[in-house]
Design a protein around this ligand. Structure first.
Ligand code: GLC
Length: 529
């Protein structure tokens, strides 16, 4: 088994792993009810091993009323019956590990479901009770307490406060079905450390931390004052104390963390990655970056510069279950990603987007650090415009219907070209047969073949080791860098074809070279120096 785990020797697998995000509900449907499940994942482990990923990150698979796709957890120690059982999860973790694939679970510490036992008890116990202290319950403002306790806007639009029958209000940074926990309370802290242990003891190698910068709130929950830094519910200093104790738990098991930390300030971002805190955090600056050589180079340089002082590896992410799929985004006029810019019917050129996504795949897989792939990215799936009557994402409803929400990137994967026996929980477009895994598997020019070859090279070529990177002199609009052990990656974003830098061997290209052996626009190449 050790042969399948190249970084086993150092224990630092998370420094360079290729990690595949599994959105369980939409990955593979084992029991034919239109919803993905653990049986489905287990049946597709050979596919994932063949793809060549080192770890799987499972979005929340716990008991949940699914008010926010499982990010509303009713019980952290129970698998949602729609997905399977705890016994199956244990089998899945062990079977994956047999294939050299580690498991990362998703912990959502900022909030629980309104169906969680704690919140139900808090509602029943009434104002002033110790049960309510686990959450942020407050009387309202205004003469009769009819106004929300403060002015914080929700991450999902609207207010962050909901009033309950006895007149008190409770805080929820996301949907009302996701009440925020009070992280100043020792019981909340203790419970989460127990939950971490529970999953580490079941063999997981890592934990993704949802909304990792939001847990602790400013004392007294003051109004938000524009321009005040930091925001009263984002990135409060006390949060680092939480992660220092979590790190101690992870160290007992050799586990690793990846934090969902959206922070524009790179110095504050890096604080989460100090040696006694989180091992890694998602690189959202890279994910949001437009398809532009100067901007991309700057994003890479800034990323490496912000990680270096704390000794943490960078992560490279092009998409996930919250954002527009890569081929669609890169085929738009505005190729960057911004939540606020999500609108219905934005035109996209999928052929162009796909060409760029292929080049971007080689770019992100060549950079030093760990890399994340979101299920379906390896199939080149586009974002789907979901019919209005099928949308499920609360982000859509809370925006008053303006925002299409995130369902468009969560459509169940097309495994075969045949129409699935059961209607998937989100509709698959008719032309998705062309993206089916069984078709791409036998097509050497498919996106799936590109990812398989690239991941195999990334794992076996010596050039991909080491953490240093140096830029090579090239024409404007072209990105070229060399890794310390001799791998060269070139990406041409300019209209003019680019000459390849001196090399001994062409390992892989994202598309054909031109007749003169030059790299056409929106194409990338991996070369051995
Ligand atoms: C994170 C998740 C997202 C979820 C939110 C609330 O951003 O990635 O899907 O809606 O947290 O838990």
């Amino acid at each position: 088994m050790a042969d399948n785990l190249p970084s086993e020797a150092t224990g630092d697998w998370w420094r360079s792993a290729a990690i595949y995000e599994v959105y369980v509900r939409s990955f593979a449907d084992g029991d034919g009810d239109g919803t993905g499940d653990l049986a489905g994942v287990r049946s597709r482990l050979p596919y994932l091993a063949e793809l060549g990923v080192d770890a799987l990150w499972f979005t929340p698979w716990y008991l949940s009323p699914l008010a926010d796709g499982g990010y509303d957890v009713a019980d952290y120690r129970v698998i949602d019956p729609a997905f399977g059982t705890l016994g199956e999860a244990e089998k899945l973790i062990a079977e994956a590990r047999e294939l050299g694939i580690r498991t990362i679970v998703d912990i959502v510490p900022n909030h629980v479901s309104d169906q969680h036992a704690w919140f139900r008890a808090a509602l029943a116990a009434g104002p002033g009770s110790p049960e309510r202290e686990l959450f942020h319950f407050r009387p309202g403002r205004g003469e009769n307490g009819e106004l929300a306790p403060n002015d914080w806007p929700s991450q999902f639009a609207g207010s962050t406060w909901t009033r309950v029958e006895d007149g008190e209000w409770y805080l929820h940074l996301f949907a009302p079905e996701q009440p925020d926990l009070n992280w100043a309370h020792p019981v909340v802290r203790r419970e989460h450390e127990d939950v971490l242990r529970f999953w580490f003891e079941r063999g997981v190698a890592g934990v993704r931390i949802d909304s990792a910068a939001l847990l602790t709130k400013a004392d007294g929950l003051p109004d938000f004052v524009e321009g005040r830094d930091p925001h009263p519910y984002i990135d409060q200093d006390e949060i680092h104390d939480v992660y220092r104790s979590w790190r101690a738990v992870a160290d007992e098991y050799g586990g690793a963390f990846v934090g969902e930390v959206w922070l524009p300030d790179s110095e504050r971002f890096a604080r989460y990655l100090r040696p006694d805190e989180l091992h890694t955090a998602f690189n959202f600056n890279f994910l949001s970056c437009p398809w532009d050589a100067t901007r991309l180079r700057q994003a890479v340089e800034e990323t490496l510069a912000e990680h270096a002082p704390v000794g943490a590896p960078a992560t490279w992410v092009l998409c996930n279950h919250d954002v527009t799929r890569t081929v669609t985004r890169y085929g738009r006029e505005d190729t960057g990603f911004d939540f606020a810019a999500k609108t219905f019917g934005t035109p996209t050129d999928l052929e162009l987007g796909t060409r760029r996504a292929r080049a971007a795949a080689l770019l992100s897989l060549a950079l030093p650090g760990s890399v994340y792939l979101y299920q379906g990215e390896e199939l080149g799936l586009p974002e789907v415009e979901i019919p209005l009557d099928r949308i499920q994402d609360p982000m859509h409803f809370r925006s008053g219907g303006r925002d299409p929400g995130r369902d468009g990137c969560r459509v169940p994967l097309p495994w075969t070209a045949e129409v699935p026996a059961a209607e998937p929980w989100l509709p698959q477009p008719e032309d998705w047969a062309a993206y089916a895994a069984d078709i791409q598997e036998v097509d050497p020019s498919s996106m799936l073949s590109l990812y398989r070859t690239a991941l195999d090279l990334r794992r076996h070529e010596a050039g991909f080791t080491g953490s240093a990177l140096s830029w090579l002199p090239v024409a404007s609009g072209v990105l070229a860098f060399a890794r310390s052990e001799g791998l060269i990656c070139v990406v041409n974003l300019a209209a003019e074809p680019a000459e390849l830098p001196a090399h001994s061997l062409t390992l892989l290209t994202s598309g054909p070279l031109d007749v003169d052996g030059r790299l056409p626009q929106d194409t990338a190449a991996w070369l051995r120096a």
